[in-house]
Design a protein around this ligand. Structure first.
Ligand code: HEC
Length: 172
């Protein structure tokens, strides 16, 4: 079975090849956009998690993904998402203890918000905030959107509802 690291390397390469040409204009559109830390996760539902175990990767860590009420119906249908949809990824360091991997310190918050006027990045504003809420210096078009274009048909959203056996445990 392919490791997630192999998987991520492969999709990065594919997206770089396909979308390098659009990066500059998308970066321009993102500039000056205001991003802020969500106040709380009261209106959000846990939907998904991933661990990226390569310390060299910008997105190294455990990611816990949440989605707000506005996007839930579209999530069940595989998109498209209305303006006001907000995905929040809480990113933690990975600690190691024998076979166990656990969450360490909080290191970042990954945001994907559906906003008016972000056509060059699929209608989404991507941002990465530090633990103190300040926006990190990244190029969202190149370092976020390019990879997400692989799931253009699901409105650039990778996550899909998970079912656990017959429990069918999916966010309501
Ligand atoms: C190399 C590919 C890649 C890059 C680069 C990337 N992502 Fe993602 N992103 C993913 C994958 C794959 C998932 C789904 C993870 C899972 O299945 O648990 C995801 C999920 C997300 C989600 C939850 C919604 C969804 O699409 O499932 C958010 C929010 C998110 N990423 C934000 C970002 C931000 C912000 C950046 C840039 C700092 C970024 N991503 C860069 C691959 C990428």
């Amino acid at each position: 079975m392919a490791s997630s690291k192999t998987f991520l390397s492969r999709i990065t390469l594919a997206s770089l090849l396909a979308f390098a040409a659009t990066a500059a204009t998308a970066a321009d559109a993102q500039q000056g956009a205001e991003v802020s830390m969500p106040k709380d996760l009261e209106d959000h539902h846990f939907i998904n998690a991933i661990a990226i175990d390569d310390p060299e990767n910008l997105l190294h860590g455990f990611h816990h993904f949440y989605l707000n009420d506005t996007g839930m119906e579209a999530f069940r249908e595989g998109g498209p998402y209305p303006v006001g949809t907000e995905f929040v990824g809480l990113v933690y360091e990975i600690t190691r203890d024998g076979a166990m991997r656990n969450e360490g310190e909080g290191k970042a918050i990954a945001l994907m918000e559906k906003v008016e006027g972000a056509e060059d990045t699929g209608g989404w504003r991507f941002a990465l905030l530090g633990p103190d809420g300040s926006a990190m210096e990244i190029d969202p078009a190149k370092e976020c959107f390019e990879c997400h274009t692989q799931v253009r048909e699901r409105d650039f959203v990778f996550s899909q509802p998970h079912h656990v056996g017959e429990l069918g445990v999916t966010p309501k």
